[in-house]
Design a binder for this molecule. Sequence first.
Ligand code: PMP
Length: 290
Amino acid sequence: MYFNDQTTVYFDQQFMPANDCKVTVYAQALHYGYAVFEGIKSYNTAKGARIFKAEEHYERFILSAQKLSMPCDYDVDSLVKITYELLERNRLTDAYIRPLLFADIPNMGLALPERSCLFIAAWDWGTNYLGTTQKRLGISTICRPNPTAFDLEAKAAGHYVNSIMASAEARKRGFDEALLLDTNGYIAEGPGSNFFYEKDGQLYTSPKGSILPGITRSVVIQLAKQEGITVNETLFTPAQLEGLDGAFLTGTAAEVVGVASIDDYVCQKSYQDTIGYRLAARYSILVRES
Ligand code: PMP
């Protein structure tokens, strides 16, 4: 699915076949999860491939590297340029793009790396990561990492062990997706998406702190505000979901996907009648505008 003999990637300052990339197994990235990454999407528009919020994603990429004191030799403009060339070389339009900056030199110590390596791959991806049906979420027994231990605004590879464990637990318990609490018992987010719920015509979403502040989350907040909908960025507990009208998850890969229930809290309105449904439709148009 991700690559074949024809796939070109950007690796260590050049374009090359995916099959030719070599990484040492002594890299700090592999042993300690010392890497940062992004998840970006491009869409087929009337003017060809368009990377949605390319600058915002690469700004976050560079910020993630800075937060982890990882050297990054690239600026936003050059990263965007490389990515468009990568799409062109692979003849991709509707694609998922995965930049990864990782500590690549052999180093089993815990010192900061003196250099890092940039890898960018893209693959065809017209589908939505979570599908289009409404998801049944299960509140995870695994909480988000403590924000005083990790800067959760950095999209760091190592943080995603937490996401993998929470997703696996949710599926084992028969849910579609996990919903993670922060260390104080407030709802934070999904393993790879942000969470919103609707009650009495208003939206609620967790504030920054224990979440990855999603780019889709801010686009959706803007779209909602344009419609005059109040969006409350506030802490809330699972008990506050009692009687909720609707809910949805947001993320680059998931886009805007409806939620049917969270544990035993079932959304009162049918999804088609919720704010989330309207915003999902508007988001889907927005990403394909040229
Ligand atoms: N939270 C987490 C933990 C994520 O991995 C993602 C996906 N990047 C999101 C939220 C949503 O972020 P975005 O909308 O920027 O893709």
